[in-house]
Design a protein around this ligand. Structure first.
Ligand code: CA
Ligand code: CA
Length: 153
């Protein structure tokens, strides 16, 4: 949040209100609150206001990794002959490592094995997953022996 992307300023060779007077953002309704336009008017009447695209809501690459937006520039002919032009903006969201690996199934597994089992016999399979991308989602497993003497006799 608070990240701004400077968009190209629209040009309109007409003067004053007939030139660019405003911008409008179009996005799918389910992501419409994620971005907003910040318009700055600093120049004279024949100078188009500048516009920046800002992140307004929370991003989650695991939910949406790409946003297709369209930014309209409008002129201000109040007599109803208003014109508009647009530019398409594609926002790609890069992954950060914000998910921890999770084991499939229950949070605890229990297995019963005979005491004469040969060393290195496979006794159960476990599977963990991570919603992140690339190295952020690669899962390494290790064994801790903190439960290895749960019921010593
Ligand atoms: Ca991760
Ligand atoms: Ca992530």
């Amino acid at each position: 949040m608070g990240t701004l992307l400077l968009l190209p300023t629209a040009t309109d060779t007409d003067f004053g209100d007939f030139s660019v007077t405003g911008y409008r953002l179009q996005a799918d309704s389910d992501v419409a609150d994620t971005f907003e336009l910040e318009v700055t008017r600093s120049g004279g009447p024949d100078e188009a206001p500048s516009v920046q695209l800002a992140v307004r809501g929370a991003l989650d690459r695991e939910l949406y990794d790409r946003y297709s937006l369209r930014v309209y520039a409008m002129d201000g002919d109040s007599r109803g002959a208003s014109n508009s032009g647009w530019v398409d903006v594609l926002v790609n969201v890069v992954d950060v490592n914000d998910n921890r690996p999770v084991f499939k199934g229950a949070g605890r597994y229990e297995v019963t094995i005979p005491e004469n089992l040969s060393p290195y016999t496979m006794i159960m399979g476990l599977e963990a997953f991570d919603d992140d991308e690339g190295p952020n989602g690669q899962v390494r497993t290790s064994v801790s022996n903190f439960l290895s003497n749960v019921n010593p006799f």
